[in-house]
Structure formats: C-alpha cells, structure tokens
Design a protein around this ligand. Sequence first.
Ligand SMILES: Nc1ncnc2c1ncn2[C@@H]1O[C@H](COP(=O)(O)OP(=O)(O)OP(=O)(O)O)[C@@H](O)[C@H]1O
Ligand SMILES: [Mg+2]
Length: 249
Amino acid sequence: MSESIFSTDALHKRFGGLHATDNVSLNIARSEFRAIIGPNGAGKSTLFNLVTGFLRPDSGRILFEGADITGKSPNRLFANGLSRTFQITSIFTNLSVLENVQVALLSHHRKLFHFLQRADAQFLEPTHELLAQVGLGGSALRPASMLSHGDRKKLELAVALANRPKLLFLDEPTAGMASNERIEAIRMVRRIAGERDLTVVFTEHDMQVVFEVADRISVLHQGRIIADGPPDEIRASKDVQRVYLGETI
Ligand SMILES: Nc1ncnc2c1ncn2[C@@H]1O[C@H](COP(=O)(O)OP(=O)(O)OP(=O)(O)O)[C@@H](O)[C@H]1O
Ligand SMILES: [Mg+2]
C-alpha cells in the first residue's frame, strides 16, 4: 500500500451508554478516494466530527501526515490542510456565492480584518477559479440563499477547497440530490481531487455511487468497522451483506 496520509488508532467516542465510535482504526493512503458507508446511526458523522476536531475522542489517536492531531481545533486543522463539509450544509446564506468563497480564502490567509474593510476586491481571481471548478461559474453574484440544494453542496465544496487542503472529509456530499445528480456531483469531486492531488474521505448512502467511484470502502456498523477493502471485496463480504440485507450492493 502507498504512503499513509492519515490514520486513526482505536478511536472511541461514547454518548452516555452508546458507543457511537467504537475503537475505530482507519488507514488512508495519500491520493486515495475512500468511502465510509454504514446504515443511519452507524457513527459516520461522529467519526468525521472526531477527526476534524469538532468532537473530542474519549480515547484513541488521530495522525495526519505523521503528526498526532488528536484534540486539535477545527481551525488549526483547517490551517494545516485538513478540510471538511457537513451533512447539513453550512454556508453564509446572507452573503453571495462569491463572498462565501472569498471569506474562506481570506480566513485561510488570515486577512479577516482587511476583509471587513474591502472584501470586494480581494481574491477575486482564485474565487472565480474555484467557483468555475465546482460548476458555479455562472452563479457568483447570486445570494447563496437562492441556490438549489445541489448548488449549495457545490458551494460548500468550493469553500472547503479554499485552503488548498491535502485531505478532505465530505459528509454526505450528495445528500438531498436526485440520483442522477449524485453520480455527477461525486464524479466532479473525484476529478477535482485528481487535479489537486487531494485525498478524499466521504460518506454516501447511494451504493451505486459508492461502488463506482471509491478506491476503497470502509463499512461502519454500530460504531465499529466491520469491513475495509476494495469495492469487490466489500460487495462479497457476508458481514456487509448482513448489514445491508435486502439492498443491492
Ligand atoms: N451529540 C450527540 N449526543 C448523543 N448522541 C449522539 C450525538 N451525535 C450522534 N449521536 C448518536 O450516535 C449514533 C451515531 O450517530 P451519527 O450521526 O454519527 O451516525 P451516522 O452514521 O452519521 O448516521 P446518518 O447516516 O443518519 O447520518 C446515533 O445513535 C446518534 O443518535
Ligand atoms: Mg451522518
């Protein structure tokens, strides 16, 4: 296997008596396109919140490029090249599409103070470039609140790309999209990842999408990794078939 960019070692998170993330050990190779799948409540978002600093683990370690990042804040991780999007989109709906990306670029370059003075002129070129890359080139001046659900997801992706991340966690990047939109959206992410030499870890409920695009798939069930491997191996796994009983995988 090629060089590891990211790993977790026995990561554990409890909510009261519930083991939401149960000793999860993951290893992600550089440039990999990894899917994390599992039924509702399996612990996918909790895992993403742990590894991006939004939740603190009860025990276990997280390594990014060889450094222990356990307990580091989301801002610190973002500055170091670890970015994410959320299952429920989090964009500034009172700003335009363009301004949302500008804010992200400004905060990456730590120029928030200047932003308050004259946002409109700053980072225009990289902003337009990012918007074009995610397919929002024609919507730059629209209020973000006017975007369709799918376009909000694209905007969130552009925001997450603003810090030129090395590693990107996408929690259900296609949630709420129609099934034909989903495959297109994830193919776009894959193309962008290839162009930027970006490592991507994503969750997705649409198995057709997952099995088409993922290099490897990790399956979570009740907080535990029950399978981890290339798509063919996952499809053939009896444990996985039991969890996805009745579904075509
Ligand atoms: N802040 C919290 N407090 C208490 N319980 C929580 C909290 N967050 C998540 N849980 C519980 O932890 C379990 C895992 O939830 P999580 O959101 O990580 O699952 P998921 O795999 O992302 O599900 P989905 O596919 O529906 O997004 C669930 O039983 C959930 O109810
Ligand atoms: Mg979730």
